[in-house]
Design a protein. Sequence first.
Length: 141
Amino acid sequence: MAIATGVYVGYLPPAPGTLGSLLGLLLLWPLKPGTVQVLVTLFLIGVGIVVADQAARVIGGQDPPAIVIDEIAGIAVATLLLPPQVQERVVAFVIFRVFDVIKPFPARQAERLPGGFGIVGDDLIAGLYTNLLVRLWLLLS
C-alpha cells in the first residue's frame, strides 16, 4: 500500500493525483537522461501495474484516487529523456496533469482495461503525449 499510494501521499486531500505526480517529479528529477532513467521508468511501469492492481483490490473500486503509483509512472514517461531543467519539468508537469484529467484518445479507452493495466495505462498515454508535446515545444523554441 505504501508504494501504491506514494508513501500515503495519495490519501492527502484535495488532489491526490496532482500530489502523486509532484512526488514522482521530485523523486525522478535527479535522474539524468540515459539508460538508468529508462530502466527506472520501465521498472515503475511494471511495478505500478502489479501494485496498483493489488491495492485496488484492497481499497476497492476500479481506480481509487489514493493509488498514485500510476501518476508516478506517468510523470516518469512524461519526462523520459528530456533535459532535467526547471522550465522543461514544470511544463511537463502541467501538461501531464491536463492530459491525465482530460484523458485524450486512447487514454480513456486504456482506463477501461482490467486491473492495474487500466489504472496505469491512461497515465502512460498521458505521459507519452506530454513527452511528445514538450519535445515539439523544445524543437520550436
